[in-house]
Design a protein around this ligand. Structure first.
Ligand SMILES: O=C(CO)[C@H](O)[C@H](O)COP(=O)(O)O
Ligand SMILES: [Fe+2]
Length: 224
């Protein structure tokens, strides 16, 4: 079976106990740490930056860290996040003056790079940079906050993105972010996603392992 990655968004973790929360969610079976960076400019919320990423690395977190930049401008923060130990860096194409350059900046340091598409952002932004993409991230909510509901039209968009990726023959992950739960992850998988961000569904649950196991069972059912 193809591999599928579950990436809990620490946006919904207890920030007062962040190191422990990340350890716990990884011990519960998560593959990747999803790290939401918001600047109160590109999105109407303010979260965490490279110092917190570095602190997680210093705390002994070795799992891949998936940095989702919701910032404008983009390029200034890329070097800081690479230095802080990011594994993936994704950004919104509308927030970058030069998309190809931002991707090159990320890739030149050996980091995985990706573009993030808001619900109303067309997929054609990826067309001429596919060779520089390791991941395409579709937002299934408008960015800025955790705990929102999955926008159903994203399922068709996932199918469209999956077709583009498959037609390219390139090894590009298709990530989904926003409102992902155990009860919709099966149809999300069937629509083509292979990397799943889930914040509130995991961190608001009493037992992280129970939710992650449920999600894996649903993914496996869709992938059969
Ligand atoms: O990028 C994000 C919001 O902009 C978050 O990653 C996303 O909302 C995750 O939270 P939830 O699973 O609760 O929807
Ligand atoms: Fe995110």
């Amino acid at each position: 079976m193809k591999d599928f990655l579950i990436a809990p968004s620490i946006l919904s973790a207890d920030f007062a106990r962040l190191g422990e929360e990340v350890e716990n969610v990884l011990a519960a079976g998560a593959d990747v740490v999803h790290f939401d960076v918001m600047d109160n400019h590109y999105v109407p919320n303010l979260t965490i930056g490279p110092m917190v990423c570095k602190a997680l690395r210093n705390h002994g977190i070795n799992a891949p860290i998936d940095v989702h930049l919701m910032v404008k401008p983009v390029d200034r923060l890329i070097g800081d996040f690479i230095e802080a130990g990011a594994s993936y860096i994704t950004f919104h194409p509308e927030a970058s003056e030069h998309i190809d350059r931002s991707l090159q900046l990320i890739k030149s340091a050996g980091c995985k790079a990706g573009l993030v598409f808001n619900p109303a952002t067309p997929l054609h932004y990826m067309d001429y940079v596919m060779d520089k993409l390791d991941v395409v991230l579709l937002m299934s909510v408008n960015p800025g906050f955790g705990g929102q509901s999955f926008i159903p039209a994203t399922l068709d968009k996932l199918r469209e993105a999956r077709a583009k990726i498959d037609a390219s023959g390139l090894d590009i992950r298709l990530e989904i972010d926003g409102g992902v739960k155990a009860d919709n992850i099966r149809e999300i998988t069937a629509a083509g996603a292979d990397m799943f961000v889930a914040g509130s569904a995991i961190f608001n649950a009493p037992d992280y392992k129970t939710v992650i196991d449920q999600m894996r069972a649903e993914i496996a059912a869709a992938a059969k």
